[in-house]
Design a protein around this ligand. Structure first.
Ligand code: F6P
Length: 403
């Protein structure tokens, strides 16, 4: 057994799930237990499991056979330790989380998650807990790494969907609007749009002009093309929507600031996960097993794609259809590239833990997994630069970005 400065770790998955989480858990645990003799405790359902002391043993048998399995054997949630709904109230459970980890004799908490998770892990670190994170999300919007795990698999799923939509769109001479996940960053819509040969790609980073989109589609139709595919990121906004969004955001920030100043209780808006920042929430009171409780959730929204499809129909008279890929993009077995990435990130994490290297995210730079100080990652999000080569080269091959 190789020497290890770390004796015991907790492992949790937090935020939206994605293919590759199990492969990454396996990478960490196999190397940690098998090579370094580190005890691994699995924490269920993200940070909530840490607060509620819900754990499972993570030994070799527990991670055997999970490399190819989608989802996460640990379960996940979007709960944040410092704003956790507990019995109808929103409470700061940071202290409890740290105390529970210490009581379990966890030397370092390993958090697998996206941009929100990096922030939450940082907060726990500031409260006295050693942490180490891995970058997970189909959105690919975590800074400090060239790529996040889950992205490659989702890219394959979304690209295949666009391929399939091409054939049916051609048969019927239709414009098909396909909605791809990504509220704040358009990496997935951009990547799948380019790889699938979408004719129009609309991203959160580039406000679109409906007239421009319509003109592009009409031009294609005049050139004898029987179909058009419009790939739309969830967070894509028209120029008018973008203007309204800027005003609403400024107001929301101002209100939050004033509430904080006046020391008001946390509001529902404070609960919003940054992945879902533009999705309205609703709080309802229900009775479950005879117990009254308050539940806050993101309301189901009309897909952006429907609005865009309507605009296209109105402006061009073309027959339009909508396909929302939704959570299909997050399901199923990880791609070979994601399995490789997860195994490399997970095993590197175990090696760093054995060396006593904490408070870093393990990212991929070129071909190498490297520790990146968590301070440089937490609180940031990697959107698509509007001069990114995928956009520039997309333009060169005739893709319309709506601007
Ligand atoms: O954070 C990843 C992500 O898949 C986003 O692209 C998407 O907007 C969001 O999660 C959906 O989250 P939920 O699973 O809560 O509906």
């Amino acid at each position: 057994m190789a020497k290890s400065k770390t004796k015991c770790i907790g492992v949790l998955t937090s935020g939206g799930d994605c293919p590759g989480l199990n492969a990454a858990i396996r990478g960490v645990v196999k190397a940690a237990v098998g090579t370094y003799g580190i005890k691994c405790i699995g924490i269920q359902d993200g940070f909530r499991g840490l607060v509620e002391n819900r754990t499972i043993a993570l030994d070799n048998p527990a991670v055997s056979g999970i490399l190819t399995a989608g989802g996460t054997i640990l379960g996940t949630s979007r709960d944040k330790p410092h704003k956790m709904p507990m019995g109808g109230k929103i409470l700061d459970m940071t202290r409890t989380a740290v105390e529970n980890a210490k009581r379990m004799q966890i030397d370092c908490l390993v958090c697998l998650g996206g941009a929100g998770t990096q922030k939450n892990a940082m907060r726990l670190n500031e409260a006295g807990l050693n942490v180490l994170t891995l970058p997970k999300t189909i959105d690919n919007d975590v800074v400090g790494t060239d790529i996040t795990f889950g992205f490659d698999t989702a890219l394959g799923i979304a690209t295949e969907a666009i391929d399939r939509l091409h054939t049916t769109a051609t048969s019927h001479q239709r414009a098909i609007v396909v909605e791809i996940m990504g509220h704040n960053a358009g990496w997935l819509a951009l990547g799948a749009g380019i790889a699938g040969g979408a004719d129009v790609i609309l991203l959160p980073e580039i406000a679109y002009d409906p007239q421009r989109v319509a003109a592009h589609l009409m031009e294609r139709s005049r050139a004898g093309k029987r179909f058009s595919i419009i790939a739309v990121a969830e967070g894509a906004m028209s120029i008018a929507e973008h203007k309204a969004h800027v005003i609403v955001e400024a107001k929301r920030k101002q209100e939050k600031k004033s509430a904080k100043k006046a020391n008001l209780a946390l509001s529902v808006a404070d609960l919003i996960d940054h992945d879902r920042a533009d999705a309205p929430t609703k709080t309802i009171r229900i009775k479950r097993d005879g117990e009254a409780m308050e539940i806050t959730y993101h309301t189901v929204q009309e897909p952006k794609a429907s609005r865009i499809a309507r605009q296209i129909q109105e402006l061009t008279g073309m027959e339009a259809r909508v396909t929302t890929l939704g959570h299909v993009q997050r399901g199923g077995t990880p791609s070979a590239a994601d399995r490789l990435l997860c195994t490399n990130l997970g095993a590197t994490a175990a090696r760093l833990l054995a060396e006593g290297h904490y408070n870093v995210m393990v990212g991929l730079k070129g071909d190498i997994c490297v520790p990146v100080p968590l301070k440089q990652v937490a609180g940031y999000i990697k959107t698509v630069p509007t001069d990114h080569q995928w956009i520039n080269n997309g333009r060169l091959v005739g893709t319309c970005f709506g601007d």
